[in-house]
Design a protein. Sequence first.
Length: 208
Amino acid sequence: MRHTPHFLMTDVDEVRRLVRDNPWATIVSHTEAGLVASHYPFLLEEADDDAIVLVSHVGRPDEQAHELGRHEVLVVVQGPHGYVSPAWYPPEQFVPTWNHVTAHLWGTPEILSEEENFRVLGELVDHFERVMPSPVSLEVDEDTARRMAKGTVGIRLRVTRFDARAKLSQNKSPEVVERIIAGLRGDGPYASTALADEMARVHGREAR
């Protein structure tokens, strides 16, 4: 990402929160055949220290395409983002921008055993089903679920380094920030409640 020190996000807990809130991520690998990218949901595996540990799975044969376990991969996590119009700025400020929260996470994937992969798949399903009125579990038909799981490969990624940015108009005056948040909460073409709430949180405003 562009080197923008005033937007750097260095707090490990903030990066963890970004992953928790935005589990759909992109895996990028530099393989012998060239660059390979895939998209999968990731869960944060809780750790006692400052480690960031992710678990997920890929569908076969993506594990071969990415050469998983053989080298470092990049996982890109994208939080709220959106266009910021100069209409929300004072007249003399006429250059638009794009606000975003993004993290680049690096590490070498560990291939999970068949049993651990099935456990992670169950946790993924339970994680997303928990908000449903009648949550569905892999336990509904475990034998069928286990057969289907053989078409996947589980991975654990212990993040060795990360580069994260929270570009949320920190370089603007409080008055302009208020106008941007109001614009994002409006009904215009660039309305984004999620981005408005993220800006409000970072700037100490009350989210609505």
